[in-house]
Design a protein around this ligand. Structure first.
Ligand SMILES: *Cc1c(COP(=O)(O)O)cnc(C)c1O
Length: 487
């Protein structure tokens, strides 16, 4: 390890330049007085030092192209490079969202076909590609539900949204942001929504139910059909959190299970890496009844005698726009390419292998760590606990940090909240048996270390470019106020 990388201000040296300006071809004139500053705090660095600085920084990063990344609920699968090649085609990158639709028919065709594929994969009638992320899609979907129930069906007294305690945290957040009230429904012993608890809340104040399925325990709700039936009978709508479709692709369609509206994370299931600050894409799919409420404009097609023409269309009762322009187009190109490369059979194999990999790893991890719902078959992920017999001081956090020394990205930690010391592990379908074996072996060795030399875990990571940021305040890092320009 090369040690910490200095900041760009620390490698700055007065007079160095990383650029040359072209010769002046306009009359020289002074910068107006009011724009002049006597001290401009910019680093002065030569091109070669600048390039090396950023390349060194990039090599300190961890990513799916470097190693196993079992971050539960995030689906950090390997992303085929052909997706990137397609997204970088100049015909896609050099167009402008304000161009006349007649000049961007190819891009609109791609969006139209992607809308159709997503609807087909999930069994729904219509799609919007506008939302920029999963949580944004949730907000969109819940606002659509609210408008249909309050205005379309004339039932403004329905203001409650039921959310199980195994839901993703964005679900209650979305409900609150939509001006509705969250009612939490507990899970039963098998990790399903507790139907008896649910029945207590099903009255005419219920607007809907938000269900993450498979839930954040990685489990498919065993009473799903009964649950969706009960909610519909009570006059509510079913929202499906489809951020992680990895276990369902080509096997079942959420619309057939009784969902009315759902978002999909293209930046998880459809192979754009999740995290890293985006951009993402959270399309929303819905039933015929909700389709007029979709945000718009969405792409539609006009059939002419000898050709088709793609147009922008505003749904009749649209909740309005939820994003500037048309959504994050580059992410759509990648998802489109991914779907076309795999085809229907390939998408089904994604789901089969994602579930197989998760169950294989669950069986291995179970030997060393508690897996509270390990008596069930999991879907694309499972939740273990960072608890080691004979090493009671060691916590999930320490195990996660130590995994970094073994070259693995830690799993999601302390989530879901209903499992103490949670380690939420999602291997995805793109990993080999060898990788899964190596990860399970690292976890076994860490459990052994926890018993014999717990300090090793408490102070981990040791091999990473950066140590624990919150626990070890390494003096070698300059405080922000000591960095020139930051005072
Ligand atoms: C990731 C995720 C979300 C939120 O998606 P973002 O794109 O991060 O906003 C919602 N629900 C579930 C189940 C998720 O895994």
């Amino acid at each position: 390890m090369r040690g910490p990388e200095p900041t760009i201000y620390e490698i700055s040296s007065p007079g160095r330049r990383g650029y040359t300006l072209p010769e002046l071809d306009v009359p020289e004139s002074d910068i107006p007085e009011e724009f002049l500053r006597d001290r401009l705090l910019l680093p002065e660095v030569a091109e070669v030092d600048l390039v090396r600085h950023f390349v060194r920084l990039s090599q300190k990063n961890f990513g799916v192209d470097l190693g196993f990344y079992p971050l539960g609920s995030c689906t950090m699968k390997y992303n085929p490079k052909v997706n990137e090649v397609a997204a970088r085609l100049p015909g896609f990158t050099k167009i402008h969202p304000l161009q006349d639709p007649a000049t961007v028919q190819g891009a609109m065709q791609l969006m139209y076909e992607l809308q159709t594929y997503l609807a087909e994969i999930t069994g729904f009638a219509a799609t919007t590609l506008q939302p920029a992320a999963g949580a944004h899609g949730e907000l969109t979907g819940v606002l659509m539900m609210r408008k249909l129930i309050h205005e379309g069906r004339g039932e403004p007294h329905r203001t409650k949204v039921l959310v199980p305690d195994s839901a993703h945290g964005t679900n209650p957040a979305t409900t609150t942001m939509s001006g509705l009230q969250v009612v939490e429904i507990p899970s039963d012993k098998r990790g399903n929504v507790d139907l008896n608890e649910l029945k207590k809340h099903l009255d005419d104040t219920v607007l809907g139910f938000m269900l993450t399925n498979p839930n954040t325990l990685g489990l498919f709700d065993e009473h799903l059909l009964e649950l969706t039936h009960l909610v519909h009978e009570a006059g509510g709508l079913m929202y499906g959190d489809g951020a992680n479709l990895n276990a369902l692709l080509g096997i079942t369609k959420p619309a057939d299970l009784g969902f009315d509206v759902m978002h999909i994370n293209l930046h998880k299931t459809f192979s754009t890496p999740h995290g890293g600050g985006g951009p993402g894409s959270g399309p929303v799919v819905c039933t015929e009844e909700l389709a007029p409420y979709l945000p718009g404009p969405i792409v539609d097609v006009e059939e002419h005698d000898d050709h088709v023409h793609y147009i922008w269309k505003m749904p009749e009762h649209s909740i309005g726009r939820v994003k500037a322009f048309w959504g994050n187009f580059g992410v759509m190109v990648k998802a489109y390419t991914y779907i076309r490369m795999l085809g229907a059979q390939g998408l089904r194999e994604v789901a089969e292998n994602a579930v197989l990999n998760a169950n294989y790893l669950q069986a291995l991890v179970k030997k060393t760590y508690p897996v509270p719902y390990g008596f069930r078959t999991c879907m694309h992920e499972f939740v273990a606990q960072g608890k080691i017999e004979g090493a009671e001081d060691v916590r999930a956090l320490d195990i996660a940090k130590r995994l970094i020394d073994y070259g693995f990205h830690p799993p999601t930690m302390y989530f879901p909240l209903i499992v103490p010391e949670a380690l939420m592990i999602e291997p995805t379908e793109t990993e080999s048996k060898q990788t899964l074996d190596a990860f399970a072996e690292a976890l076994e060795r860490i459990a052994e270390e926890a018993r014999t030399q717990p300090e090793l875990l408490k102070t981990a990571p040791h091999e990473a470019p950066v140590r624990r940021l919150d626990e070890v305040r390494a003096a070698r890092y300059p405080k922000l106020k000591d960095v020139p320009g930051m005072e």
